[in-house]
Design a protein around this ligand. Structure first.
Ligand code: SAH
Length: 457
């Protein structure tokens, strides 16, 4: 069948009604049946747009004017909310954001998971959805001869500076200002991605709510960076620094940290507490970015796992051992698996800190390590927790879990689409989905975390 021609052309100015929000928070409008993505538009709004790109099946348009605003529309707190790539939903009220995220999970479960009967609970949101993040990575670049430290603009590597960020700790700005001043004072150059020149690539800052202190990691492109004692002096003078590290990164890629990280002042680890548990976090290890909601999430995991004292727990994709440590007291044996070696060093350290010395950890990809532990070593588990990155679990891992026959599985996911795909696979292989609970770990952004309980039928 021949495709109909799109009813719009590039640069047309038209009026569109926004009907829905896409998974990245973009408004989806329709014009004579043709789909137009309108960044910044909210469902129910009548907007004037300029068409910027016309494809066969859909196009993109720029929001020019809102003729009839949605009752969910609010003024973003942040001046750069539209240009910065960090917050996609600041123009939407927080209750509406929560509704959008619950719906996103429900739709994925239905459409991709084909789990018509699965109940998805309403998302658990934050009381105060601002200033929640404990980690930030600022690219350091040069623009027209000036050093720029900020966030990348949407879909680009142009750095947008800001005077305050409403989802980060506000003292990050003082750290950035001190580093910028030092760079200026000693002519320390920002990184240039095109010719790999310049000295400072990124600044990573981590914050501990428990200590009320910060760890700063300067990512550098130069083996022997000069004037570091002066930088240390200026940062320490701020009064809230716990440690400073230098990460040497000479490769051309988009990974933030380099291969080696060296502590130049204070502690090499940041210490955080979630509930009664203490965690040491080294710069390279993953740690949840929202400490308040991490407790909410882990409490859900613990309740769903419902461990009995004679049961073995496997905590897969365990990072620094966080979930396993949170649950280990209720289990007979706890085994963690994680791909990053430094994270496993932290995990052993953390088990010791929390007096859970009997915990075991293995370094390697879960999809290889679990088949090995099960097939070669005969290790099984009663309860398996998985917390994979966005791409979800590899089939080789799910197949081994299915063979291992744990009674319960708790799936923690940061991507509803891959979660739905994996739940479907488990459902087809003898597991029923008992509960699905989204948790808002990332207010103002489109991201959503979900925790699910599966039981062996
Ligand atoms: N459960 C932890 C970490 C979750 S983030 C927490 O709540 O803190 C996901 C983790 O999976 C990261 O630490 C990442 O390094 C790890 N990872 C990524 N791919 C992996 C794989 N194939 N096998 C094992 N771990 C992996």
């Amino acid at each position: 069948m021949a495709k109909l021609k799109a009813p719009v052309e590039k640069n047309d100015m038209i009026e569109v009604v926004i009907e829905d929000l896409g998974i990245n928070g973009e408004g989806i409008g329709r014009y004579e049946g043709y789909t137009l993505f309108v960044d910044g538009g909210l469902p129910g709004e009548k907007v004037e747009v300029k068409v910027v790109k016309v494809g066969k099946n859909y196009g993109f348009a720029k929001l020019l004017h809102i003729e009839v605003p949605s009752p969910d529309r609010v003024d973003p707190k942040c001046q750069v909310a539209r240009t910065c790539g960090g917050c996609q939903l600041q123009h939407m009220s927080y209750p509406a954001q929560l509704e959008f995220k619950t719906k996103k999970v429900r739709e994925a479960i239905k459409r991709i998971g084909k789990l018509e009967d699965a109940v998805v609970n309403d998302i658990m949101g934050m009381e105060e959805p601002w200033y929640y993040r404990n980690k930030v990575s600022y690219p350091v670049r040069s623009e027209k001869g000036l050093t720029k430290i900020g966030f990348y603009a949407k879909n680009s590597h142009r750095v947008i500076e800001h005077s305050s960020c409403y989802i980060q700790e506000s003292r990050n700005q003082l750290i950035v200002a001190a580093i910028k001043e030092w760079m200026h004072q000693f002519t320390i150059t920002p990184y240039n991605e095109d010719n790999l020149s310049g000295m400072v690539r990124h600044i990573m800052i981590r914050y501990s709510k428990h200590l009320d202190k910060f760890h700063v990691t300067l990512v550098t492109n130069k083996k022997k960076l000069k004037h570091l004692p002066k930088l240390t002096e200026q940062l320490v003078a701020l009064g809230f620094i716990d440690g400073i590290s230098i990460s040497l990164h000479l490769e051309k890629n988009n990974i933030i940290l380099g291969e080696t990280t060296e502590v130049i002042w204070g502690n090499g680890y940041l210490r955080e507490m979630i509930d009664d548990y203490t965690y040491h976090i080294s710069p390279k290890s993953f740690f949840q970015v929202n400490p308040i909601q991490t407790k909410v999430l882990y409490d859900q995991v613990r309740a769903m796992a419902n461990l009995q004292s004679d049961e073995t727990l496997m905590d897969l994709y365990c990072g620094i051992g966080t979930i396993g440590i949170y649950l280990a007291k209720n289990a007979k044996r706890t085994i963690g698996v994680e791909i990053v070696e430094e994270a496993i060093e932290d995990a052993y350290h953390n088990a010791e800190l929390n007096k859970l010395e009997q915990m075991e950890f293995y370094v390697g990809p879960a999809e290889e390590m679990i088949p090995y532990l099960y097939e070669e070593k005969g290790i099984t588990a009663d309860v398996v927790v998985v917390d994979p990155p966005r791409k979800g679990c590899e089939v080789a891992l799910l197949d081994t879990i299915i063979k291992m026959k744990p009674k319960r599985m708790v799936y923690v996911s940061c991507d509803p689409a891959t979660l739905a795909r994996d739940l479907k696979y488990m459902w087809e292989n003898g597991y029923e989905v008992v509960e699905i609970q989204p948790v808002d770990m990332f207010p103002m952004t489109v991201h959503v975390e979900t925790v699910c309980l599966l039981k062996r039928i």
